[in-house]
Design a binder for this molecule. Structure first.
Ligand SMILES: Nc1ncnc2c1ncn2[C@@H]1O[C@H](COP(=O)(O)OP(=O)(O)OP(=O)(O)O)[C@@H](O)[C@H]1O
Ligand SMILES: [Mg+2]
Length: 236
């Protein structure tokens, strides 16, 4: 689904990605992990064509993304920080995004119900709480039915009920055969939903595999400790 070969990206002198190789199958949930500033968002934005790499190749659905930008129509993307216009209403924003994409069969009604957003549809985005904004962000991402879903910190600000709804939604999409890339710092969430983890450290993929394999490699019985053991070795 996504095939990345020898990806390099720097911002000025700051080397963020220095030889990332990553290959995902079609279908399944991949969690991209790594400490703050390790380059998760940069990697995601490179896949989306929002960050231009210095070197390397990215293929999505078998196509080199440099050659044709049409691949973007196969990706649903939830940004880590959504910059919504403050002065328009939730329902207006949903309509605008639908119109912009020229999409007809969208799923927003279901999603609005799932996240109990009905009372907020006529409110301006600038007046919403952080968690409610994130629910709108989620609706805008999932209302199109695309085969690759990329979620950058989707749990940010969500209350426990919304978190349960998000997990259910992600599982439903996975069961349709979709490929889902997720970044998260919430280890319990990652452990619950991901099929594989991809651990980004010092510019490259330090580990890719199942949580069971990570526990074995680090000789740690629990996931959180397995992650902590990698990080503490690298601090030492
Ligand atoms: N547009 C930019 N201009 C300059 N530096 C940037 C830019 N975007 C990211 N960086 C730098 O690249 C590095 C990686 O940032 P990135 O946002 O990819 O990290 P992350 O792993 O997503 O972190 P977090 O867990 O905090 O979301 C950081 O040092 C950051 O300061
Ligand atoms: Mg990030």
């Amino acid at each position: 689904m996504v095939n990345i070969i020898d990806l390099h990206k720097s911002f000025g002198k700051n080397v963020v990605l220095s030889g990332v190789d990553l290959n995902t199958d079609q279908g399944g949930i991949y969690a991209i992990l790594g400490p703050n500033g390790s380059g998760k968002t940069t990697l995601i934005k490179s896949i989306l064509g929002m960050v231009l790499p210095k070197k390397g190749t990215i293929e999505v659905l078998g196509e080199n993304i440099k050659i044709d930008s049409a691949y973007r129509n196969h990706i649903d993307y939830l940004p880590q920080i959504a910059n919504f216009p403050n002065n328009i209403k939730v329902k207006e924003l949903i309509r605008m995004i639908k119109d912009l994409r020229g999409a007809k069969n969208t799923n927003e009604e279901n999603l609005i119900r799932r996240f109990q957003l009905e009372p907020f549809l006529n409110k301006k985005l600038g007046n919403l709480s952080g968690g409610t904004k994130q629910k709108v962000n989620i609706v805008l991402t999932f209302m199109f039915d695309r085969p690759l879903i990329i979620l950058d910190e989707p749990t940010t600000g969500l209350d426990p009920i919304a978190l349960i709804q998000l997990k259910e939604l992600i599982r439903i999409e996975k069961d349709k055969g979709k490929t889902i890339l997720i970044t998260s710092h919430i280890m319990s969430f990652v452990e619950e939903i991901s099929d594989e983890i991809v651990f980004l450290l010092e510019g490259t993929i330090y580990f890719k595999g199942t949580i069971a394999a990570l526990k074995e490699k680090t000789e740690q019985p629990n996931f959180e400790h397995a992650i902590a053991s990698i990080l503490s070795k690298h601090h030492a």
